[in-house]
Ligand binder design. Structure first.
Ligand SMILES: Nc1ncnc2c1ncn2[C@@H]1O[C@H](COP(=O)(O)OP(=O)(O)O)[C@@H](O)[C@H]1O
Ligand SMILES: [Mg+2]
Length: 246
């Protein structure tokens, strides 16, 4: 594991568990439609407890990406209540949104890397914009890129990377700031099984350090690697499947 996580674990081992904490994320009767179309999410109700690890599964078109989009404040829901870190999004001031977003790491299905920045610079960006000096994050960024198998491609621009490589840069960027909540959309959709194995270990490690993790996937092999809750979307409705990999 990258050294950055070893240090974090050491710090946490002295902290002791919290006595009680409210859910990180709560959806209540959430509905979503795009324009005048039909609802693609219907009466979606669930909570993600702090420190939990959850898979969101379901066939293509079921609404997984839409659900994640609502969770990272990409769009407001058509109806229903969403609470993030205790903030009711309907009543939170828009000025609070950037601070809420900074607590969330997102791996987009289409990566969304900045094309004019190198792999290293893309991963460093979330740290750079919070004003951290490069000397304080350089090693973290390099270790993470090496962990995801891109130690030799740090100076490459996204256009020169394969889809699987771009996906790994996107994952490194999402986890480098050790977010409170990690949301990943089909994060192993473009990589070989051995790399997929490394990525899932990275997510599991981040989770052990306290990050709440939600991964949308239709890769059943991924579910076998981590003991985690599975929520399934079918036609925009949520079906709770309990623990995967029992
Ligand atoms: N921007 C959009 N505008 C209109 N319809 C959309 C948009 N994004 C998704 N949809 C529709 O919403 C439904 C759910 O899509 P999506 O959330 O991408 O599902 P999944 O990620 O499970 O494949 C699909 O019917 C899709 O066509
Ligand atoms: Mg999707």
């Amino acid at each position: 594991m990258p050294q950055v996580f070893a240090q974090m674990r050491e710090a946490l081992s002295h902290a002791g568990p919290p006595l009680w904490s409210p859910p990180m994320v709560r959806f209540e009767n959430v509905g979503m439609r795009y324009g005048p179309g039909p609802e693609v999410l219907r009466d979606v109700t669930f909570a993600l407890e702090a420190g939990s690890f959850t898979f969101l599964t379901g066939p293509s078109g079921a609404g997984k990406t839409t659900l994640l989009k609502l969770m990272y404040l990409g769009e407001p829901p058509s109806r229903g209540l969403i609470t993030l870190f205790g903030h009711d999004l309907a009543t939170a001031k828009r000025a609070q949104f950037p601070a809420i977003r900074r607590r969330i790491g997102v791996v987009f299905q289409d990566f969304r890397l900045l094309p004019h920045l190198t792999a290293y610079e893309n991963v460093a960006l979330p740290l750079r914009i919070t004003g951290i000096a490069e000397g304080d994050y350089k090693q973290d960024v390099e270790e993470l890129l090496a962990w995801v198998g891109l130690g030799g491609r740090m100076k490459a621009l996204p256009a020169t990377l394969s889809g699987g490589e771009q996906q790994r840069v996107a994952i490194a960027r999402a986890v480098v700031g050790r977010p409170d909540l990690l949301i990943a959309d089909e994060p192993t959709g473009n990589v070989d099984p051995d790399i997929g194995d490394r990525l899932i270990r990275l997510f599991a490690e981040l989770n052990r350090l306290g990050t709440t993790v939600l991964i949308a996937t239709h890769d059943r092999a991924l579910l076998e690697r981590v003991k985690a809750r599975e929520m399934r979307l079918v036609d925009g409705r949520l079906v709770e499947l309990g623990m995967a990999n029992r």
